[in-house]
Design a protein around this ligand. Sequence first.
Ligand code: KIV
Length: 293
Amino acid sequence: MAWNLAFMYQFYIFTGANFIAMSVHKSDIKKVTTHQLQAMKDRGEKISMLTAYDYSMASLIDGAGVDIILVGDSASNVMAGHETTLPITLDQMIYHASSVIRAVNRAFVVVDIPFGSYQGNSSEALRSAIRIMKESGAHSVKMEGGAEIKESIVRVLSAGVPVMGHLGLTPQSIYKFGTYTVRAKEEEEANKLIEDAKILEECGVYAIVLEKIPAELAKKVSETVKIPIIGIGAGPHVDGQVLVMHDMLGITKEFKPRFLRQYADVGAIINEAVSKYIQDVKSRDFPNEKESY
Ligand code: KIV
C-alpha cells in the first residue's frame, strides 16, 4: 500500500499532472510520527536518529531513511564553532530548524529548545516551544532535565507540542558538571535518573535521549519505561541510537569519544576535492573550453 502511494506520487510528478492531484497524494506518503516510534519500540525495531542543521544535509539523511532528525543545539558547536551549546539563541535554532523542515519528507523532526529559553518558568518554556513550532514547522521539541523542569514540560505538552526528554549528560548544564565524563556511575545519581525517566513518562513525553551513561543503567531505564529510549553513549540495550552527523561523517576531527563510530571520512574527501580545485585554478586547467560560454 505504502509503495503504491509513493509510486502514485512519483507518477504524478513525472507526468506533470496538476498540482491538486500531487498535493492530495503527497499527504499520503508515509511519515514518521510519535505513534510509529512507540510502535517501533513495542515490536523491537530500533529507531535511528541523526542531527541536521541545514537544508542540504537534511535532504540527504531524510532521503536515506533516518527515522528522527534532531536539530540539536550541537549546532552551536559544529555549525558556529562555540565550545559549548550555551551560546546558541532561539532565533538561530528556528533558522536551522526551518531550513531542515524544508528538506524533510519522511523523518520526524525534533528541535532543541536552547539554553536560557525555558529554564526561567513554564510560560517562557511554552512561548519558546510555540515559536519553534510556528516559525519553523518542526514536529516536536526537546528539553534537557527531569523533575526540576516538570512544570515546563507539562505546560508545553498541554499546548499539544510533543516533547522529547534528555537525561544523563545534559550539555546545557556542562558548567554544573564541570566535565564531559560519563554520568550516573554512582548509585544516587543513577536512582535519580531512573526516577526522572519515570516522571517524564508520566508527564507524557514521547521519548527520552539518554546521553553518556553506563549501558546497564540505560538498559534498566529502557525496561522500566514504556516510551522509546534513544541512546548516545548509552550502550546497545536501548530502543534507538542518535549521533551528531558531523561526528559520524568525520567532518569534525577533534571530537573522538569512545561511543562514536565514524562511518565516513567526509573531511578527507572535502580536503582532497578542494586541494584539487585549487591546483586546477592555479594551473589554469579550470575552466577549460567546454566549461566556458
Ligand atoms: O544537540 C544535540 O546534538 C543533542 C544530541 C547529542 C543528542 O542533544
